[in-house]
Every structure is written in C-alpha cells, then in structure tokens.
Design a protein around this ligand. Sequence first.
Ligand SMILES: *[C@@H]1O[C@H](CO)[C@@H](O)[C@H](O)[C@H]1NC(C)=O
Ligand SMILES: *[C@@H]1O[C@H](CO)[C@@H](O)[C@H](O)[C@H]1NC(C)=O
Ligand SMILES: *[C@@H]1O[C@H](CO)[C@@H](O)[C@H](O)[C@H]1NC(C)=O
Ligand SMILES: *[C@@H]1O[C@H](CO)[C@@H](O)[C@H](O)[C@H]1NC(C)=O
Length: 840
Amino acid sequence: MAMETFFQDCRRRAVFCFILVHVWQAVTGQIHYSIPEEAEKGSFVGPIAKDLKLELKELSRRGVRIVSRGRTQYFALNYKSGHLYVTERIDREVLCGQVEKCVLNFDTIVGDSMKVYGAEVEITDINDNAPTFHSEKLELKMSELTAPGTHFPLDEARDLDLGTNTLQGYKLSNSSHFSLNVQEAVDGRQYTELVLERPLDREEEAIHNLVLTAYDGGDPVRTGTLQIQVTVLDANDNAPVFSHHSYEVSVREDIPVGTTVVILKAIDLDEGVNKELKYSFRKITERASQIFHLNSQTGEITLARGLDYEESTLHEIEVQVHDGGELFDKSQLLIFVTDVNDNAPKLEITSLISSIPENSPPATAIALLNVQDEDSAENAEVTCSIPSNLPFLLTKAYGNYYSLVTARALDREQVAAYNITVTVTDHGTPPLSTSIVIPLEILDTNDNPPHFLHSIYTSYLMENNPRGASIFSLKADDPDCGENSRVTYSIIEHNISDSPVSSFLSINSETGIVYGLISFDYEEMREIKFLVKAQDGGSPSLSSNVSVTLFILDQNDNAPQILYPSPPTDGSMGIELAPRSSEPGYLVTKVVAVDADSGQNAWLSYQLIKATEPGLFTLGLHTGEIRTARFFLEKDALKQSLVVLVKDNGQPPLSASATLTVVLADTIPAILSDLSSISAPVEPPSDLTFYLVLAVAFVSCLFFIFLLVLLAVRLHRWRNSQLFESGSVNFSGAPVSQFVGIDGVRAFLHSYCQEVSLTTDSRKSQFNISKANYSNTLSNKDTCEIKDPFLIAEDINSSNGDSANTQSLYDNCINQILLRSMQTFGVNYVLSHLEYKIQG
Ligand SMILES: *[C@@H]1O[C@H](CO)[C@@H](O)[C@H](O)[C@H]1NC(C)=O
Ligand SMILES: *[C@@H]1O[C@H](CO)[C@@H](O)[C@H](O)[C@H]1NC(C)=O
Ligand SMILES: *[C@@H]1O[C@H](CO)[C@@H](O)[C@H](O)[C@H]1NC(C)=O
Ligand SMILES: *[C@@H]1O[C@H](CO)[C@@H](O)[C@H](O)[C@H]1NC(C)=O
C-alpha cells in the first residue's frame, strides 16, 4: 500500500514537474525543476541529462558537473541515471523566508564543450511548521472590578509556512468569562484580543486558565498553543462579616485580669489590605471600656480590670470590624458576669454590753449583730453560729439581725470572762466565713460564802502555855472577788463553864490566827469547843462557821497526892494495927494516892524507902498495898515506922512521901498501952511549935470574943426593931445584911464549910482548894464568900436532912475560918503548920 501510494505520489509529481519544465522552458528556455522542501536526501529532482540532451554514457566522459550558486551543494547528479537528486536537507523557510517563490539556482557545466546551462529548482512549501507563539505562557492580571467587554490584546502566533500552510486562525479554550476577538489588519495579519464577557469574582475563581490555540491550514493541521493565566486581582468588594450575629459569653467574676473573655472573629473574603481587619468597640459604657480591652488586630477581648458581679451583672457592648477599605460589620456582645462567692459575709456589732453580773437571768441580751453578704443567691445565704460549749445563744432577731443572749445562769467563779467567737458562713462553694470575737466580762456578785479548808478543826495545846501565844490558824477561802472575797474571822460567843469563850481565846480577824489569852490548865479544862465564823465583805455579806476543838495537853505539873494515910490531924501519926499472929502476906494497910495529872503523868508507883525493920513489910509497886513479908518475931519492935515514896511517871517525875506507923498488937487496949510507951520516946515539941500554938490560941480567943460581941450587938438591934415595929414589919428599907443575925452567921459558916467539905469529899478536888488558898488570887472562892445571905439560908434548909454531917462540918469550918483570918495576917508559913496541927 505504502509503496503504491509512494509511486502514485511520485508519478503525480513527475507529471506535474514535466509540465512545469516545459512551460517554463518555453518561456525562458531555462531548465526549471520544482521540489517540495524537506525532501529526503537522494530524492529525485529532475532528469537533468535528458533535459540537456546529454547521453548518459557521455556524462562522465564529458565532465558534466553541477555547481550550486551558493555554498551549500543541495543537488548532485547521478551519473548513472542522469537524474538530479537532493543531497542536503532543504528548508524553504531557511532559504527564502516568507518569499513566496523560493528558487535555488545551479549551473550545469559540460566540461568538454565548455558549455554552461543554468537551471533552477523551485522549492515548494510544505506544512512543516506549526504556528508558534513568542512564549508558551502568558500571565494576565485583572482586577475583579474590570468591566465586561474590556479587551486585552494577546500575542500573535507566527507560522513560517506559506499559503494555507501558514497561520489560519485562533481559537480559545472554553471559558465562561472570556471570549476571543480576532481582527484582521490591513496587511492581512490577524490580531487577537481577549474579551471579558462576564464580571470577574476573585472570591469565586481567583485564577482562570485559558488556552489560545493558533492553527494553520496545512494537512494535517498544525497548531500552536498559548497558556493564558488570568489572575483575578482582589478588589474590596467584600465586607467583613462577624462569625456570630451576636456574641454571648458568661464569665465568672473572679477571673484574673488579663484573661481572655472572648475572641471576636470576622471573615473578609477579600485579600491583602482588603482583608486586614480592625476590631473596635462601637458602643460601650464608660465602665465597660475600663474593664475590657479589645485587641484591634486579633479581636481578642481581655480583662483590663477585675469584674464584679455585685457592680454589674451584664455588660452590653456593640463591636464592629473594619477592613482595609471602608467596609465594616457590627455585632452585639453580651458579657454575663456570673456570681462567685468572693465576698465573705460581713458581721457588724450593732450594740454590745461588755459585762454582765453573774446572777443575770437566762436570756439576758449581750449583743445585737448585723450580717451582710454582698454576693447573691446561695452565696449570700448565711449561717451564724457560736461555739456550742458556751452558755450563750445566738437567735435570729429580725432580718439580718442576730441577738446574742445568755442561755443559762452564769458563774463567775467558774468562768470569769468569755471570748465569744461569732462565726458567719455563707453557703457558697467554697464557703466563706467571717468571725469576730466578743469579749464578755462576768461581774462578781456575792454568791459564795467563805469556805473553810477543813470541815472540822482540831488543835492541841500543851497546858501552861504563855499568855497571848498563837495557838493555831485556820483559813477560809471565798471564791468571789474583791470585797466579796475579803474574809474576816471571829469567834462565835458562847460560855464555857460560865465564862465567855472570848476570855480564853481571841482570833485575828484578818489572818485567822487564834491566840490563847490565858495560860490553860489541863486539870481545869481539857478541851474547848468553839465556833469560828468567817464572813465576807459583800453586801449582803455571807458567812459560814466551823467547829474548832482545842485539846489541852497534860504536863506533869502535879505531884502525887497521898490520900491515905491522911496527914496527921489529931497530933498523932496514922497508926495501923497488925496482929502479931498474922501470917506472911497479911494486908496491913494500903497507901492510897492520886495524881491530878493524867496518863503517864498520873501513873503512880509506890516505893518503901525507909523501914524500922527492913524486910518485914512489902509494898506493892503499883497497888500501894503493905503486906507482911514474914511472921512477926518477939524481937520485932512493937512500933514499926515506914516511909513510903509515891512517884508519878511524868517527865521529869514528881513524888510525895508519907510516913505511917504500924503497931504490932492484937487488940485496941494493947494499942492504948502501947501508945503511952510510944509517946515517951516522942521527942518533945520544939519551942517554936509551942509558941506558935500559944499565938494561935491567943488569936482564937480574940476572935471568939469578937464574935460574941458581934452576936450580942446584933441580938440587941433585932430585939429593938421588933419592939418598934411589931405586927407590920417592913424590911424593904433596910440593907439585907442587917437581917442576918445568928442564923445568918450559921448560914454563912455552913455555906463556907459545905464548900470546903464538898471539896474535901472529892479527894481529887481537894488539891484545888488548897492550891487556891495558897495562891493569893482566890478568884473562884471569892464568889463563894460574897454569896447572897438569903441564898445561903436556902442552902441550909435544903441540907437540913443530914444534920449529923453538919455538926462535924461546923468543926471543920471553924478551923477554916481561923485559917482565913490567919491568912489575912499574912503568915502563910505559920498557917500551913497550924492547919496541920489543928486538923490533927
Ligand atoms: C467547550 O464548550 C462546548 C460547548 O459549550 C462543548 O461542547 C465542549 O465540550 C467544551 N470543551 C471543553 C474542553 O470544555
Ligand atoms: C480574750 O481575748 C483577749 C485578747 O486576745 C485575751 O487577752 C483574753 O485573755 C481572752 N480572754 C479569755 C477569757 O480567753
Ligand atoms: C454567859 O455568862 C455570863 C456571865 O459570865 C452571863 O451573863 C451570860 O448570860 C451567859 N450566857 C449564856 C448564853 O449562858
Ligand atoms: C453555823 O453554821 C450552820 C450551818 O453551817 C448554821 O446552821 C448555824 O446556825 C451556824 N451557827 C452560828 C452560830 O452561826
């Protein structure tokens, strides 16, 4: 097929060439060939040998040569075929450019004949060049605001070929916005323009890619393309738009300064400066403008100052955004401030009492408090409280007022002052609280009596204490304070054996030290019971008393007193009988002694310190019993004299001695006969004794005479008064002492002696009497002697029954009276002897 086509083509060309040559030969007489450009090397051009009428065989012999009139030899002669063929590539566009007729001339030189034949080869155009543009790519920039219909000239394409092979026209790729306008200039060249058909929108399509195609008329058609990139330039055709029509944010009031509240966001579809947005407040309150700061670049709203819910709960702001041009948008910004429990409740004391007396009744008002919380809702709900262990109550009074009252009775002695901590807490999370301290002082009232440290006081005091010495002290406390606790002591007055206790003791009212006013005697008073009162200085004052027992302790200050054998009263010694026939151990007698002291001081022991016949009698150490130790012998003296020493167990011991005589006889007559014999050896009384007896006898006589005279005078007066006022006797005017008379004297004597005998009867007390007598104070006995005579007379009547006893008493009494009168004479020594003698 290919071969067939080729041959057909060749034949067609050959015919065509043949015709041409002949036509042209006819005109010019010159050989003319025509070949298409770009023919391959070796391509047949023309049968030049034949056309020159040269024999093929002669060609080389005749030296036929082809000489091109240029440098390049495009053609050569084939000597065998006599054809002219192409030796070089022939590009018509290079050789001739846009010259329509492109001819290559060459000469054929026949060497032997020196003939030259000119010939020409016309190079015909083939479509070997496509239309081309200067550049492959064209970039166009157009504002999006470019009006439709605007023309944009485009590059033209070139096609080096000629005729139909050259550029025929243009076409533009599909585009919704652009069309192509081709115009033909006078020179026939075509100019292309891009025409904007519709308005551009960068935001819709920023870049339009177009392809301009130039085509020629060759077969096949060749094309050249130009890429056209249309960049749509931005115009500020879009207003910025906020992302939200209105912004609503809610922020806690406690967010710190600098925190971002909200970021405004606006969108501008434009580009570049047209997209540069600036945010600003449009409408804002003065207050809000201080609080919020708007970054105009980023649209970020930050806090410049702290928020306060209590000040403003909502900030309403109008914001706007501008782009680089004149376009803007606005939006509403609502900032809700939410409450945070940032305000602690406030506690205020409206009124206050700083001190109350301890006896205030329950529900006594102390303080009125006012509570405020600036937060809202739960954050403003408060609870007010005080520690539960305090005796106070916090009650809601009215609204936000609370009153603090006492819950129960107070006791200053337990708690003298309170610090009442009132705490108020709100219900926020976390809760906030405030507390204040209310100091309260409890004032003292005298509600506590003085209290002694011990319920009973016991003290011991050795007798014979120095007067005025402190004995002991006691103390009472009063828990009250000030005057209410100032304790004064006193001894409650009462009588101890008819003497007020204040005569024995006194107490220092301030210190509570008890002093003994007298020197105590155990034998007189063994204990003193009294009450001490402690009284405070309150008003009214309170007091309490305590019982105090003061025990007097014994000292060995009394010597033993021998009761039997009694001291001699009738001039003779105590005589005991012991039958001669008595067995050993026979109880002869018993020495009886007492000691006024007590305990060890009164524990007596008996000792035989002297005996006529040692070993004849034994003496019980503690019994005082004198017993025979053996049978009496003839040689034993009739009269045995024993000296007994009685000693107490005190420290140091005191003692007394007694002498007794034991007569060894069986009967009384024997005693009497013996007595005479005993009298003889008795040594005669000394002269001193004799004179003393004489003096006593003399004084006694004088006293008797005095008594008789006194008696006589009284008797005489009594008789006279009876004579004068017989019948109606009125004694009222006369002194009582004048009615005593004989009976009075008897009564006087009787009373005195009764006392003496009474004291004598109670052996123990006898010592008291004698002691009192010897000391000159006579304090107790004076009362006896100045007794009312009538009372004495009554005493006599009451004691009439035992008259026998009375008689002997009288005798004793006489002696006592004598003694008294002697004492007044001040001869005590004599008296002691006299008493002995007279009683004997
Ligand atoms: C161009 O548009 C025509 C008609 O509108 C259509 O037939 C053709 O396919 C389009 N070509 C391209 C490359 O879009
Ligand atoms: C109360 O508080 C004051 C001051 O802090 C203090 O001096 C006082 O001792 C306190 N009183 C009591 C009873 O706690
Ligand atoms: C106490 O004794 C005095 C005299 O010594 C007497 O006047 C007074 O009445 C006595 N009081 C009592 C309560 O016995
Ligand atoms: C001593 O106190 C008691 C109560 O403690 C009281 O009954 C009595 O009367 C008081 N005695 C005197 C003398 O005050």
